[in-house]
Ligand binder design. Structure first.
Ligand code: LMR
Length: 328
């Protein structure tokens, strides 16, 4: 029941910092940058740890480190290779140092909704992309969804012309930089944990993110409002190292993968509802959420969509075509 799930999640959340592993258990450290609760990735990590710690007790033990308390997304990949953590789930926008193929997920106005995203990730090309970093020793375990992103700024944004000349924080993604520059605005790459301070002090004027990131990290408190541009996906790749996976007993590895897959499917089915709940909380706070008419939205599309052409060679036209086809 919902009550049981809620109670269980509460227990796991409490245990996040304190989870002590027993001697002989495989220790699985999962480092991420978002809030521990009320967020698609935070809730995913909590649910995964809870199931592993219950069902694999004596064999394996998961410790979750949320809110950038252990590593930023740029450091966590090195930490995976060094064996300092075993699981990470950075945004697909943040893998440019390792593969350019994931740029497909960052193309503005590519997916019409999360069903299309699901169709693409579960299809042939999406599944192939899980292995795009195998030459470096990384294994993509699966896609964990957040949702669709929207723009916010310290002044009202209705058309892209309103954004001209402003400075926007972006993830470490050249697609995002190109998208912002197409709006005749300036892009600044910053780590997630620096965004609130940068907005508050005026280092940047605006940002783009999902409802869950905007609410749980309080960005809405230091912005004029949020404009429902729905311009781009934010999804994560849950990633580990081949070396670590190979080091596990086959039985432990199989059980881990089975639990991982079940928890991922469950989390992905709930991600849109979690974002919607965060949107409602922002609206209730009194901060303005602006919706666009179809004509206004088309202006954003017209300005940003041409950046696709710059990245088609990196991604591969076959991959782009498969993603576009997922909208049908
Ligand atoms: C961001 O940096 O804005 C996001 O990638 C953070 C996250 O993990 O959702």
């Amino acid at each position: 029941t919902a009550a049981t799930v809620a109670a269980g999640m509460f227990t796991a959340t409490q245990a996040v910092a304190a989870e002590a592993c027993d001697p002989g258990e495989v220790v699985i450290k999962f480092s991420h940058v978002v809030s521990a609760t009320g967020h698609p990735k935070g809730d995913f990590a909590t649910a995964l740890a809870e199931r592993i710690n219950n069902e694999m007790n004596g064999k394996a033990c998961m410790q979750v480190f949320p809110s950038s308390q252990l590593f930023d997304d740029d450091k966590v990949m090195e930490a995976l290779l060094l064996g300092d953590v075993q699981i990470a789930a950075p945004s697909l926008a943040k893998f440019e140092a390792y593969t350019l193929k994931y740029r497909v997920f960052d193309l503005p106005f590519l997916f019409s909704d999360m069903d299309a995203v699901n169709k693409f990730t579960q299809g042939e090309k999406g599944q192939e992309l899980l292995g795009a970093m195998s030459d470096i020793g990384f294994v993509g375990l699966g896609y964990v969804y957040n949702g669709i992103k929207h723009f916010s700024a310290n002044k009202p944004l209705v058309t892209p012309a309103d954004a001209a000349g402003l400075k926007f924080r972006v993830q470490t993604s050249d697609v995002a930089v190109a998208m912002i520059e197409a709006m005749e605005a300036n892009a600044q790459k910053l780590a997630f944990k620096e965004v609130y301070g940068a907005l508050q002090t005026g280092v940047v004027d605006g940002q783009e993110n999902t409802w869950s990131n905007i609410y749980t990290k309080k960005f809405f408190e230091v912005q004029d409002g949020i404009t429902e541009t729905s311009h781009q996906l934010l999804s994560y790749l849950a990633v580990t190292s081949q070396e670590w996976l190979d080091s596990l007993d086959p039985e432990v590895r199989d059980q881990f993968i089975t639990i991982f897959t079940e928890v991922t499917n469950d989390a992905n089915a709930r991600s849109s509802a979690i974002n919607e709940a965060n949107k409602q909380k922002i609206i209730e706070s009194g901060v303005e959420v602006r919706t666009l008419t179809p004509e206004q939205r088309q202006q954003w599309v017209d300005v940003m969509k041409p950046v696709w052409g710059k990245f088609a060679d990196d991604i591969g036209q076959d991959v782009i075509d498969a993603a576009v086809a997922a909208n049908n």
